[in-house]
Every structure is written in C-alpha cells, then in structure tokens.
Design a protein around this ligand. Sequence first.
Ligand SMILES: Nc1ncnc2c1ncn2[C@@H]1O[C@H](COP(=O)(O)OP(=O)(O)OP(=O)(O)O)[C@@H](O)[C@H]1O
Ligand SMILES: [Mg+2]
Length: 275
Amino acid sequence: MSTALSQKLDAVSGNASGGHRVNPGELDLSHKVILYLDGISVSFDGFKALNDLSLTIDAGELRAIIGPNGAGKTTMMDVITGKTRPDSGTAFFGQSLDLTRMNEPEIAHAGIGRKFQKPTIFEQLTVFENLELAMKTDKRVWKSLFAQLASDERDRVADTLQRIRLVDEADRLAGLLSHGQKQWLEIGMLLMQEPRLLLLDEPVAGMTDEETERTAELFVSLAGKHSLVVVEHDMAFVEALGGKVTVLHEGAVLAEGDLATVQNDARVIEVYLGR
Ligand SMILES: Nc1ncnc2c1ncn2[C@@H]1O[C@H](COP(=O)(O)OP(=O)(O)OP(=O)(O)O)[C@@H](O)[C@H]1O
Ligand SMILES: [Mg+2]
C-alpha cells in the first residue's frame, strides 16, 4: 500500500498514534453552537496572521467567509483542524471539546472534516471505490473493504453518489472526471465520514459557472444536518449560499451579516470589494 494511501486510511479511521479517542456522539450542541472561537491569535515570525479572532457558528449553519488575500481565512481553518496551534485564545467544538487540546486525527475523528483546494482523491480507483475507502469505519470493516460491503454501507455510498451527482460515473476511474466532478468526489469522501462540521476552502475555484451553481445547491442541501464553513472569493457563489457572511481582514472579523449588509459596509468596500 502506498504511504499516501495508508496515511489517508489512518486519518479516516482515526488510527493515529497517541491521544484519546473522542466519540462524535459526545458532541454537545445543547447551546446550539457548533464552533466557538474567542480571542484566537496566531503569529508567524512576529506577523499576526490571526489577531484576536472571535467567531461563532451555530449548529446546522451554512457560513461564508470572505476577505482579501492574506486575511487569515486558511489559517483559521488550520487552527480549527489542529494543524496550527494558536498562540492564545479559545476554540471549542460544541460545548465541551477543546480543539486547542486535540491533535489533527482526534479533531477529524470528533467530526470536523476539511476540504483543501486541491482534491486528494485516488485517481487510479473508481468513484465508487473512492467513496468506499472514505467510509467512516473501524478496523474490522477495513478488513472487509475489498470483500463485500454490508448493504447499509452500499446504501450510504449510493446516497452520496446521488448527492454529489456522480451516479452515472460510479464505475469510472476518478482520474477521468472533470475538475468539478473531482471536487464533488472529494466532498463526497468527506461526507462518507459523517462530519458534523465541514470546512471548505475555496471549493469552487476553477469550476465552470454550471458546476459552481450545482455546488451551491449541494451545500444548501447539506446545511441543517451538517454545519458548513465555506471560504470563497466568488460573490455569485456566496450569494447563492444565502447564509450569513463573515468578512475577515488582517486576522480578525471586520463585518458580519447577510451578504447585502456586508456588501454595503464602507470598510468592507474599502479593503475588499471595492478593489
Ligand atoms: N506557515 C506560515 N508561515 C508564515 N506565514 C504564514 C504561514 N501561513 C500563513 N502565513 C501568512 O499569514 C497570512 C494569512 O494567510 P492565510 O493563508 O491564512 O490567508 P487567506 O485569507 O487564506 O488568503 P487567500 O485568500 O490568499 O487564500 C498571510 O500573510 C500568509 O503569508
Ligand atoms: Mg487561503
């Protein structure tokens, strides 16, 4: 097995060394808040990529994050997923899971899924096999992966294929998909892990207008059951998402509200939209 593949399997199955396992069932949403960031700061060689950032995402919410290059959007996702440790501040997943005390596999296992800009699908496998591999399972099921999938697992793959509009491509090699379809497959792989919170960094970059519209529909359909935080520069896409918008600037929140409100904010126009 290739190293990349085995690392991905380990990440998916929470099979990393050390640390305690957090059962996603423990996620406490009693206050209807799924993500709580307060006073988060991150410095790189004295430069503050995040500067006292505070942000709250409600359970089931679909939030768009916009802001100029270098505003700290990706760094914020790095903090939430445990890739970067904040110098200071508080980060909670639900009421009780302190993200600053968890490592990356623990955070993934607790139910935070992240999509990077470049798809990391397995091009030499079929679409169906990619989804199969991504399924959130324990070791026992890994053994049976290449044997028979249980029928409820097949149903889950079928449901996901439908959601990501790849039913007709199920038996195609993933490497033969269009750019947009590869992005959808990667989103489908994330969904197979049943994340409670999905972080998506510029998911429609490079997509056609048609694919962009389909992606907005997909995200709207996922909200409620999942919570989504979507970083994007494409304003037509952000409008189609229809949710609350947060504008980041110099590592902190500059404005927040519906798209029309932030679009009319003089400071937002000055630092971002007006340029
Ligand atoms: N590992 C790192 N080391 C040093 N500086 C970094 C590192 N990661 C990010 N930065 C800096 O922190 C700032 C915020 O970067 P970040 O990638 O979070 O911005 P962004 O809002 O995602 O921008 P973009 O819209 O271009 O993706 C930038 O000035 C960037 O150069
Ligand atoms: Mg970025």
